[in-house]
Design a protein around this ligand. Structure first.
Ligand code: ZN
Ligand code: ZN
Length: 738
């Protein structure tokens, strides 16, 4: 019994691959040596689907950021260092894609299916979404990851080379010819032997990893066929002339991208083959000789080919206007090119198309072509991000962390997480139906796995309705994350504008509150004025989105949000800042004491008792008014449920802390850290009932008297600048309240 040992091809958790072309080596070996190598590393004979699937799997997955989401594949962190990335990027972790777990899991599912099932290969992936919604980023990231895989022993690619030195007169003086279609060397081994080899290798594949099995193929490209026939005709053994050579990433194998623009034109000869290689033509003087023509889908005799790699048709459905979409579909469904009407070339590439919803809708509704497209594609909708935390992660990793490191500008707490990310999500969400009785902001918070303050109905019920509403629309009518929204490019363009705005602030005004550790702090730029202006003037935001974000004109549709998103997200930001100030004034100790007081009382009260022991050991009557005020401050619908829930925590978890001196205190500390709802209840209570007596001395923005509060704010990530502004803001709001 052979051991079923073949599972993952490579597994490199938390690692990066550094592609260094200086380390590339050309290798050459005999067919027999290749067979030995293949037995040791069967993955060198993977087809394009298996290669891509293995490459994307190699960094593994991590737990989802939200409980209802699928796991997140870690290649999305951009774990490749490579000299040929787009936009000047080189290092790993430049792209970081968040919030697209679902589309990526769909792609992974189909890749696995196509690795096992020939019929599933005759399709392409169509990524549908608005501009700047990470479609191209995702395809590029997959391509880099596949390049990285190609530099590992397990991911190397090989093809055949004919050594024609001693019979070059038969081949117009050519001394060697490498297979231009990058045929698998196994296609040149006797069939019986290949079957035996595959049996031996596939028996070792673990039953859960069937996608790893190597399939029998036997195609040889027209160039190889021609050479073999010619050698046979002259009584020369072709097997003796063959050696196996490796193919190098980017040099020999690379992603091919077609665009409907001039430089990467949808050029039929590049796609379908038939262009003439001038070097070869100079020797052979025939334009349709199998050694002279390029065989298409981007590849050529002396340029890198996307065979065993990715082909990306950008704005794919525009090919319809060029009259090419039909032919491209034929190519995809047959996986075969008929070059110049006579040469058959097998295609082994994973094909991705990208398009926007408008174009998709237009072409899909065409009577015959629309059906053909649907039957040949895997639809992958990709909209703007709808989860605040996902957008915040992407913004921090890709823009704001760099801004603070490279330009030494302080980014205040909550600026990205609460203000900018919320603004983005509010711009892209569908307005909830009025029967749902939730506001747009509440919907955004629910999508973010938060419990919004002041819901009128049970959270789970609303969640289920939201999920249902998201599923009911057919693709063509999708609007959420697609019709409205801020494109990612907007945020990328912000950096220069923010820097400019900072420069405009008079030095004198800055000097008073400038933190000596930074050149400036984003809190100096007035959020509302600045964003109002940039949103009004930014070209890439459509007018519906703009109206939703900033415009104050009367709403035209019944369902439109009453408040503009800029105000709402600014308000969330301000609330978070004020909460920090209050927390700094109160101190964690007071919060903790209140938490202990609440827990001790709910536990006894649920047991039906009227008294409890306070921390000093005295028996005192339960303060029911206190319990109710805390529960009211939690802002939940079902307050008795809230009380039961925390009484149960005491009942079941208190003994976990029995070795501590004050077990209840430790339990309270844990609950405050792990349960946002609990913290919110206690803090809100404290702010309403304890804070007012404390704030008399914190009315000035920045004075030595406030030093203790400032120190607390520094601990929360504030710099001197944003801390002083936070104190001002909190004081101002308190004054307004009075
Ligand atoms: Zn060939
Ligand atoms: Zn700051």
């Amino acid at each position: 019994m052979p051991e079923k040992d073949l599972k993952e091809v490579v597994f490199m958790p938390d690692d990066v691959i550094r592609i260094d072309p200086d380390g590339f080596r050309k290798k050459e070996m005999s067919l027999n040596e290749y067979i030995e190598h293949f037995i040791q590393y069967p993955s060198v004979a993977f087809d394009a689907y298996q290669r891509l699937y293995a490459a994307l799997r190699m960094f593994g997955t991590e737990e989802p950021s939200k409980p209802w989401k699928p796991k997140r594949w870690k290649f999305l962190d951009d774990r490749i260092e490579s000299p040929w990335k787009r936009g000047g990027a080189v290092g790993p972790f430049e792209i970081y894609l968040y919030g697209i777990e679902e589309p990526v899991n769909e792609i992974m599912k189909y890749l696995e299916e196509a690795s096992m099932n020939i019929d599933a290969k005759a399709r392409f992936f169509i990524l549908i979404g608005p501009p700047s919604s990470a479609k191209t980023d995702l395809i590029n990231l997959m391509s880099y990851t596949l390049d990285g895989f190609g530099t590992l022993l397990e991911g190397e690619l090989y093809t055949v080379k004919f050594n024609l030195e001693d019979c070059s007169d038969l081949f117009y003086g050519l001394k060697e010819v490498v297979c231009p279609a990058h045929d698998n060397p196994l296609n040149f081994v006797p069939k019986d032997k290949v079957r035996e080899l595959l049996k031996k290798v596939n028996e070792r594949v673990h039953p859960d990893y069937k996608w790893r099995e190597i399939k029998f193929t036997y195609s040889r490209c027209p160039s190889c066929q021609y050479i073999i026939q010619k050698l046979k005709d002259h009584g020369i053994s072709w097997e003796d002339k063959i050696s196996v050579v490796n193919l190098l990433p980017q040099v020999d194998v690379a992603m091919e991208e077609f665009r409907p623009t001039a430089e990467k034109a949808y050029d039929p000869q590049r796609i379908f083959g038939g262009s003439v290689n001038m070097n070869r033509f100079a020797k052979i003087l025939s334009k349709d000789h199998p050694l002279v023509i390029d065989f298409g889908i981007g590849g050529g005799i002396d340029r890198p080919s996307p065979q065993h790699h990715i082909v990306h048709f950008s704005e794919m459905y525009k090919a319809h206007e060029l009259g090419l979409l039909d032919e491209i579909l034929d190519l995809i469904s047959s996986r075969n090119l008929k070059v110049l009407g006579k040469y058959d070339v097998k295609i082994d590439s994973v094909i991705f198309g990208t398009t926007n919803l408008e174009e998709y809708g237009k072409v899909s509704s065409l009577p015959r072509l629309g059906e053909y497209l649907k039957s040949r594609s895997y639809k992958i909708p990709m909209g703007y991000l709808l989860v605040i935390d996902d957008l915040a992660q992407a913004l921090k990793k890709r823009i704001f962390e760099k801004m603070s490191v490279n330009r030494n500008i302080h980014v205040p707490p909550h600026y990205v997480e609460r203000f900018l990310a919320t603004l983005g999500v509010l711009s892209a969400l569908d307005v909830p139906e009025s029967e749902m009785k939730i506001t747009l902001v509440q919907k955004a918070l629910i999508y973010n796995d938060e419990v919004p303050y002041g819901l009128e109905r049970e959270l789970e019920e609303i969640r289920e309705e939201l999920r249902r509403a998201a599923r009911t629309k057919p693709m063509e009518e999708l609007t959420e994350g697609i019709k409205y929204g801020i494109p990612f490019r907007f945020y990328q363009d912000l950096v220069a504008k923010l820097m400019l705005a900072l420069e405009k602030i008079p030095e004198k005004a800055k000097a008073e509150i400038l933190d000596s550790n930074y050149r400036g702090c984003l809190s100096m730029v007035n959020i509302k004025n600045f964003y109002d202006e940039v949103i009004r003037t930014y070209d890439g935001i459509n007018s519906e989105t703009r109206r939703r974000l900033v415009d104050m004109r009367a709403p035209t549709e019944r369902n439109e949000p009453v408040q503009v998103a800029l105000d709402e997200s600014y308000e969330l930001y301000v609330q978070s800042v004020i909460r920090d100030v209050n927390r700094a004034i109160l101190g964690e100790e007071k919060i903790l004491n209140l938490a202990v007081k609440y827990l001790a009382q709910v536990y006894e009260s649920e047991l039906g008792r009227k008294e409890y022991k306070d921390p000093s050991g005295r028996v005192v009557p339960i303060d029911y008014k206190f319990l109710e005020d805390v529960e009211k401050a939690a802002g939940v619908v079902n307050r008795s449920e809230f009380r039961k829930h925390f009484a149960a925590h005491v009942k079941y978890r208190l003994h976990d802390f029995k070795t501590e001196k004050y077990p209840m205190r430790e339990l309270a500390r844990s609950l405050l850290n792990e349960d946002n709802l609990f913290r919110r209840a206690i803090e809100n209570y404290a702010m309403e009932n304890v804070l007012p007596s404390m704030i008399e001395d914190v009315s000035l923005a920045y004075s030595p008297a406030n030093e203790a509060v400032m120190q607390e704010l520094y601990k929360l990530g504030y710099c001197k600048t944003c801390a002083s502004l936070a104190l001002q803001l909190a004081a101002l709001r308190r004054k307004d309240k009075k």
